[in-house]
Design a protein around this ligand. Structure first.
Ligand code: FPP
Length: 251
């Protein structure tokens, strides 16, 4: 089981980000798409620094979806190379800041060298406890739910579990994010208003924040605006605002 650090209660404990707009950032400058992704990796560094500095316990980044395999081969291999370079250049820094690296998604589908590098990085940062950086790689929310359903159906079939014992918590425990808190805040940059198969189950009650800012331009002050927007909202989890104000909130 993972443990997530404590933190100030009005800050999101877990921020998840759909980092969109790298391609458009590059196109506007007449640069190749990969240059947009390169600048995107710099924005990743800023987002991690922001979270670590503010004491946000967990950051999940949607770096590569199951659907992204359909992109041109050169872009896919460029992205894989970039992820590998990111780990090479950032791992010591992440480790020295006590940040634990995790991934969700199908690591088995990644190039062997990248997979090995990720596994070594996960291993190195295993005992770090100030923050979790979770990278979604070859991840799809529907696939995650199907995998969980298969796990549960095996337990039902074998008789280890009865239908009446199946709970939402148990289902969540079969997802890639088992043991981790759901995102409090889901940010999508790049102006599109959709979730694109990201953390479908886990975002049931996340606060959504959409911004036209392209991911490479999403700096610490943009991140801070998103966090301030989150802090100004009332999370009701199906209750009335009167109930929440009377201290019967679901948090
Ligand atoms: C979406 O923008 C972005 C991606 C599919 C890749 C995200 C990858 C990075 C930010 C690079 C490195 C990541 C890490 C974790 C180091 P898009 O290409 O769809 O942009 P567009 O909609 O403008 O074309």
């Amino acid at each position: 089981m993972f443990s997530v650090p404590d933190q100030a209660s009005d800050l999101p404990r877990h921020i998840a980000i759909i980092m969109d707009g790298n391609g458009r950032w590059a196109r506007r400058r007449l640069l190749p798409r990969l240059e947009g992704h390169r600048q995107g990796a710099k924005a990743v560094r800023k987002a991690v620094e922001y979270c670590r500095r503010r004491g946000i316990a967990m950051l999940t980044l949607y770096a590569f979806s199951t659907e992204n395999w359909q992109r041109p081969k050169s872009e896919v291999s460029g992205l894989m190379e970039l992820l590998s370079q990111y780990l090479e250049s950032e791992l010591d820094e992440l480790h020295s800041h006590d940040i634990k690296l995790m991934t969700i998604g199908d690591l088995g589908s990644l190039p062997h060298g990248l997979k090995a590098r990720i596994e070594a990085a996960i291993d190195k940062t295993r005992d770090n406890s100030s923050m979790i950086l979770n990278i979604a790689l070859s991840y799809g929310g529907r696939r995650d739910i199907v995998n969980a359903a298969v796990k549960l159906s095996r337990a039902l079939k074998s008789g280890a579990l009865a239908e009446s014992e199946v709970t939402e918590e148990m289902f969540a425990g079969c997802l890639a994010t088992a043991g981790l808190p759901d995102p409090d805040l889901l940010i999508r940059t790049g102006g599109e208003l959709r979730i694109s198969n990201f953390l479908l189950w886990q975002c049931a009650y996340s606060e959504l924040y959409f911004t036209p800012t392209l991911w490479p331009d999403f700096d610490e002050s943009a991140m801070d605006q998103a966090v301030q927007a989150y802090r100004s909202r009332q999370r009701r989890f199906g209750k009335t605002s009167e109930q929440v104000e009377a201290g019967q909130g679901a948090i």
